[in-house]
Write a protein that binds this ligand. Sequence first.
Ligand code: IPE
Ligand code: IPE
Ligand code: MG
Length: 223
Amino acid sequence: MAAETHRSVALTPRDEQLERVPQHVAIIMDGNGRWAVRHGLPRIEGHRRGVEAVRRAVRSAAEVGVRYLTIYSFSAENWRRPAQEEGLAADITGLLNEAEELTRANTGLNLVVAFNYGGRQEIVRAVRAIARQVKDGRLDPDDIAMETIAGALDTQGIPDPDLVIRTSGEQRVSNFLPWQTAYSEFVFLPDFWPDFDDAAFKGAIGQYVSRDRRFGGLSAKAS
Ligand code: IPE
Ligand code: IPE
Ligand code: MG
């Protein structure tokens, strides 16, 4: 996963570019705390400002024509943090349920919120569910395929992310969608999440569009 410098690429609505717009963008929204510290504010203020960046990201994604936007909002490991940050997380559960109800009939962008999420924990749950089917005689171990595993994950029915964006300069996955990102493109941006804006989103999409995805095969350009 090589880092690339962030550059803005104006998206023109040329057909070949529109075709290459990622269907699914996943974002590791990192750097709220450091943003706050840099501004002499409590960490919690960074999280508040981060919510505004989420709104901007949703708008940008819808505008570009992305079908799925997944945001990593709180990891299973984030419970290691002080209770002040946990409290915020508990509030969000209610809001998420409410938002899910309100938007049930909507079409257009699908927003997936990875909350209290851990990729390895998700795989453990999937393996347990599959093992139960084998134990009950409903599944032959020889019939376990990649689709069986994908179908037992929380993301069942959602295409794998084409593009993963992480802000704040960290270049790691932090237990985010380890199965689903096997062939995703990664863009690492130096800015902290509360500063994430439409230009940053479109810059990342521009980088994605210029990438050559080979999936182990040969470049379409070379063949
Ligand atoms: C991302 O910002 C939000 C969550 C992980 C909940 P951080 O809170 O991780 O901010 P930094 O990385 O400490 O700056
Ligand atoms: C990853 O960020 C989790 C979210 C953005 C929700 P962290 O800030 O928790 O990741 P680490 O601890 O720096 O790897
Ligand atoms: Mg962080």
